[in-house]
Design a protein around this ligand. Structure first.
Ligand SMILES: Cc1cc2nc3c(=O)[nH]c(=O)nc-3n(C[C@H](O)[C@H](O)[C@H](O)COP(=O)(O)OP(=O)(O)OC[C@H]3O[C@@H](n4cnc5c(N)ncnc54)[C@H](O)[C@@H]3O)c2cc1C
Length: 459
């Protein structure tokens, strides 16, 4: 008998799951219906800041697979259709299309891939015209329309996380005066403050005014009702455009209303096969789930496309009759602002402390290429290692070309449970155009290993 898979959410996790299930099961064996409330499917939100900044084309270029391409592969994709209720007991979902028509659809398997919803600070003026989020391709188009209005000279970006700094770059590329307002002490709070300070210095060097430790209290509006600035407790910052990048929360209202299990961070809880805990037929992945952090051992909500795509593929494999599991993450993320690359993996100091881990740190400065090779640029590398054992706990890098992807060495070492001492002997590639003879990550590992040894002798 033909089974039916229903997917809620037509982007990275949902359509990866649908596509992988389709690869493994033919249409007469598995009917697939995917509901997406928006107008796009399989789009790269990751590319939005680069599209807005003019580095890439968009929006079509950011669509990995169109609705028609999915349909041609036997997926009944229904755009502009929102799922408004899930009834796990009866195995059905209620959807509402653009004309307000509602219907029930039964399922044998359900994939909840509803993503995350952007945080909008609950302050006066936040919904005024001229205030933009950057979550969807429609948002990207709205920002570009806002920039095209003419007379736009000043931008305030609210939020100093990776989306905030990427949007600061995009606004700079439009030639605007950019102010970044962030409530944390340093931008990029996924880094330790000493590394975040380097990002701040880099932003300021690019001409961005960085206002830290300041929460937005109000979006100011002009006589025409449009945003004309933001106010914090201490100051007002005029703006012709306000861009929000203040983080996201798991989009789990539907799941919560259906009585499905949520974790402390509001994300759905799944097993390693990405099956929702306690549900035989319901699966979930992407930005709406919590994931195991392999370094801390705790659950976390990390909204990244790299995880969403893997989750979707695992879910599709399992629904398709195979077997796949997601082991967890080590917390790797890379970003950039203009030519400054920012990377982290593992735990930062406060996360290690919260996990009850004692650690030592090592910070080094090195270069991206052999010092004598043209365009060698400095990079700062910070390493956290567990006291006593010397196990690598975290790695952060801020530098120029070649800095960010070096963090992958740390991601592999963390996954393998390596000590910093073991890392020192890693057989990394070397030639003058690519690194000094001792790669910056190895120099940091060497220093961290020394600190671990000195600490052990002392204690
Ligand atoms: C500006 C920006 C830059 C980013 N850059 C990076 C990056 O560099 N690297 C990286 O790894 N990640 C990045 N990300 C994160 C990445 O885009 C997300 O992690 C990824 O898109 C998550 O995929 P998802 O399928 O879980 O959720 P989403 O992409 O959010 O998709 C969920 C979909 O579900 C739909 N939906 C929700 N509820 C319903 C409902 N009830 N009915 C029907 N449809 C529904 C939504 O409309 C949405 O299309 C970035 C995100 C943004 C916004």
């Amino acid at each position: 008998m033909t089974e039916r898979l229903v997917v809620i959410g037509g982007d990275a996790a949902g359509m990866s799951a649908a596509s992988q299930a389709r690869r493994r099961r033919a249409a007469d064996d598995l009917e697939i219906i995917a509901f997406e409330r928006g107008h796009h499917t399989s789009y790269s939100a990751c590319g939005i800041p680069y599209w807005i900044g003019g580095a890439t084309d968009g929006p079509d270029a950011l669509v990995a697979r169109t609705a028609d391409e999915h349909r041609a592969r036997g997926i009944d994709l229904r755009l502009g259709t929102e799922v408004v209720a899930v009834e796990p007991d009866r195995g059905r979902v209620r959807s509402r299309d653009a004309d307000g028509r509602e219907e029930w659809t039964g399922y044998d398997h359900l994939v909840i891939a509803t993503g995350a919803r952007p945080v909008r600070p609950p302050v006066p003026g936040i919904d005024a015209p001229g205030v933009f989020g950057v979550q969807t391709l429609d948002d990207g188009e709205a920002v570009l329309r806002g920039l095209d209005r003419g007379g736009v000279r000043r931008a305030v970006v609210v939020g100093g996380g990776y989306i905030g700094v990427e949007m600061a770059e995009a606004m700079l590329r439009h030639g605007l005066d950019v102010t970044l307002v962030d409530r944390n002490d340093q931008p990029m709070s996924t880094l330790d403050p000493d590394m975040g300070r380097l990002v701040r210095t880099a932003l300021e060097g690019l001409g961005v005014r960085v206002v830290s430790g300041a929460a937005v209290r109000e979006v100011l509006t002009g006589p025409d009702g449009r945003a004309c600035g933001v106010a914090t407790d201490d100051a007002e910052f005029p703006a012709d455009i306000v861009v929000l990048g203040v983080g996201v929360r798991p989009g789990t209202d539907l799941a919560r209303d259906a009585g499905l299990p949520l974790g402390a961070h509001g994300g759905l809880l799944t097993d390693r096969a990405m099956r929702v805990r306690g549900s035989e037929r319901i699966w979930s992945g992407g930005d709406c789930v919590e994931v195991l952090n392999l370094v801390s051992g705790g659950l976390q909500h990390i909204a990244l496309g790299t995880h969403a795509n893997k989750h979707g593929r695992i879910i599709g494999t399992n629904i398709g009759g195979g077997y796949a599991t997601f082991p967890g993450v080590v917390g790797t993320a890379v970003s950039k602002v203009c030519d400054v690359e920012i990377a982290r993996t593992g735990l930062k100091e406060s996360q290690a402390r919260a996990a009850g881990l004692e650690f030592v740190t090592a910070v080094i400065e090195s270069t991206s290429r052999a010092g004598y090779y043209p365009d060698a640029a400095t990079m700062t590398v910070k390493m956290l290692a567990e006291r006593g054992t010397g196990r690598l706990l975290g790695l952060q890098i801020v530098g120029r070309e070649g800095a960010a992807k070096r963090v992958d060495i740390g991601a592999v070492a963390l996954t393998a449970g390596m000590t910093v001492d073991q890392m020192v002997s890693l057989d990394l590639g070397y030639a003058p155009p690519f690194s000094p003879v001792w790669d910056p990550v190895l120099v940091a590992a060497r220093k961290a290993a020394d600190v671990v040894r000195a600490d052990t002798r002392k204690g």
